[in-house]
Ligand binder design. Structure first.
Ligand code: NDP
Length: 295
């Protein structure tokens, strides 16, 4: 029987609508809109597309969007000085520095300069540490989006076996921490893992975030498993055409899984929606106001 398709696009639209509904409450209490500042350095076309999409979604949800576009000749010192100005700016609740940064600029030093209370990407060591020790934290958008889809599908995740493929700081590791917080038994697999199919076959939940097109095949999966495919890979399909695929071979996985996210239309749309959610949550927290239910 074919798996249910998890509609990330629809869930993301609902989340964006919930954010938009909660904004007037913040405006009434704080006397201003919540604000997201996005910093883009250089001319990377993919980054420009993302930043444009983030700006549009921010305004559509009723938040203030501040875009800072800098040439790739900017120095690390100048960039950090901008981050510090945004830290001090009362109108800014969230700061996002679009990665990757041009060569010669140390991502880690720039991220470290962001005030953790405004770190809506959840990339600072302070927020990663809070997540690891189980304290309230701003959590990276993509894994938090994956968790929302999983809870929407499965409800209580307690006791389930989860395998996270990939151990990056922005997806794999925070994903594993979130699943642990939900009382899953979590295995983190990576490029040195032995017998990956065998590890994956034990899992009730599989989150694939490796950046390897269609690596996870249907015959690796436990029948009925819930599969979240984070991968976004562009592959050539001949005649100069390309298409987007995930890290999971959808065509074979759909026959074995209980539910699966498609690519595109699964995890991808969640990332910006969660960014808006994190910005609003940061705004409420900075203003000392209780966050609205259901965010
Ligand atoms: P990274 O390249 O930072 O990390 C990839 C991870 O996968 C590493 O931990 C690596 O292991 C592991 N890995 C690589 N090859 C294998 C293999 N053959 N077997 C097992 N593990 C392997 O990637 P990201 O975490 O940044 O992103 C992962 C994917 O998710 C990409 O396709 C990216 O485009 C996508 N993505 C999608 C987002 C969205 O909005 N939907 C947002 C962010 C990312 P090791 O540590 O040993 O090297």
């Amino acid at each position: 029987m074919a798996a249910d398709i998890i509609d990330g696009k629809a869930y993301a639209e609902g989340l964006r609508a919930r954010v938009a509904q909660a904004v007037p409450g913040f405006v009434a209490a704080a006397g201003r809109k919540p604000g997201l500042a996005v910093v883009l350095v250089g001319e990377d076309p993919a980054s420009q597309v993302y930043v444009r999409a983030k700006g549009k979604a921010t305004i559509a949800a009723g938040l203030e969007s501040f875009e800072h576009k800098l040439p790739d000749t900017v120095t690390q010192g100048e960039l950090i000085a901008l981050v510090r100005r945004l830290n001090a700016d009362e109108a800014v609740d969230g700061i996002l520095v679009q990665l990757p940064l041009p060569r010669g600029i140390d991502d880690k030093a720039v991220i470290a300069a962001i005030d953790p209370a405004k770190d809506v990407d959840g990339f600072t060591i302070a927020n990663a540490g809070r997540l690891a020790v189980g304290e309230e934290a701003l959590v990276p958008c993509t894994p938090l989006g994956c968790l929302m889809l999983l809870k929407d599908r499965l409800g209580d995740l307690s006791g389930l076996d989860a395998v996270v493929l990939g151990r990056s700081n922005i997806v794999g590791k925070p994903m594993a921490q979130l699943l642990l917080r939900e009382n899953c038994t979590v295995t983190i697999a990576h490029s040195r893992t032995r017998d990956l199919p065998d590890v994956v076959r034990r899992a009730d939940i599989v989150v694939a975030a490796v950046g390897r097109p269609q690596m996870v095949r249907g015959d690796w999966l436990k029948p009925g498993a819930t599969v979240i495919d984070v991968g976004i890979n562009r592959i050539e399909i001949g005649e100069g055409k390309t298409r987007l695929v995930g890290d999971v071979e959808f065509e074979s996985a759909v026959d074995v899984a209980g539910a699966i996210t498609p690519v595109p239309g699964g995890v991808g749309p969640m990332t910006i929606a969660v960014l808006l959610r994190n910005t609003l949550a940061a705004a409420f927290a900075r203003a000392g106001l209780p966050a609205p239910e259901g965010l």
